[in-house]
Ligand binder design. Sequence first.
Ligand code: PGA
Length: 252
Amino acid sequence: MRRALVAGNWKMHRTAAEARGLAEELRGVVGGTGASADVVVCPTFTSLQVVGEALEGSGISLGAQNMHWEKEGAFTGEVSAAMILTIGCIYVILGHSERRQYFAETDESVNRKLAAALDVGLKPIVCIGETLEQREAGQMENVVLGQVKAALDGISAEAVPGIALAYEPIWAIGTGRTATPAQAEEVHLHIRQFLRSIFGDRAADAVRIQYGGSVKPDNASELFSQANIDGGLIGGASLEVESFAAIVTAAG
Ligand code: PGA
C-alpha cells in the first residue's frame, strides 16, 4: 500500500558537468527499469539545475541535501526552501547524520527546517539514527524515537503522510556494515508504532520509512522486503548507475 521511495544522496561528489553526465546515464538505465518505486536523486546545490534539466520527463525526481529554515535574509552560504523548490526540487533531505555530526545540526534545527519545507510544499526526507556507542549502551530506541519526536514537534497529523523518514544507523553509513534486515525492521516497526501513538493510524500507515546505511544491490531486496521498510536512502551505491538501478529494481 505504501510506494517505496529510493533516494540517491550524492553528498559532496561531482561537479555540475559530471553530475549532468551521471544524470543522463541514470535516465537511460533507471528510466528503463519500469520500477514502481518513486526514485529521486539529490546532487549538490550547484548541480541541481543541470541535473533537473537532464532528468526532465524521466520520472526521476530531484531533491536537495539540505536547506535553511528562514525564507531569506543575511545568512551567508545558506539556501532557502523556495530556492530549491523553484529550481525543480520535489524532495529535500533534512538532518542527515553528517550534518548533525560535522555542521552542528540539532533536533531543533531539523524541526524548523521540516516546518519550512512543508510550508512551501517540499517533501522532506528526515534522517534519524543512533551511533554504535548508543546502540551498545542500549539507548538505540530512546535516541531514535527522541529524534523522531523532536523533528515532528508541532507538525500536524495531516502533514505526516507527506514526510519520509530515513532510519540510518550511523555505524552503517559508508562503512560497508549494514544493519541486518531483522535489526532494521525492528527499529522501523518501533518508529511506526511511535508515530501511530502520536498521529494516529492514517498517518502511521502512510508515512514512508526508508532504510539507509551501506545499501547495495546484494542486500537491497532483503531489506526492502521487510514489512516496515519502504525503500532506501542510498549514498555510495547511488553514484554507480548499475548499482543504483539494481537497488531501484529491488524496491519495485
Ligand atoms: P551509504 O550512505 O549508502 O554510502 O552508506 C547512506 C547515506 O549516508 O545516506
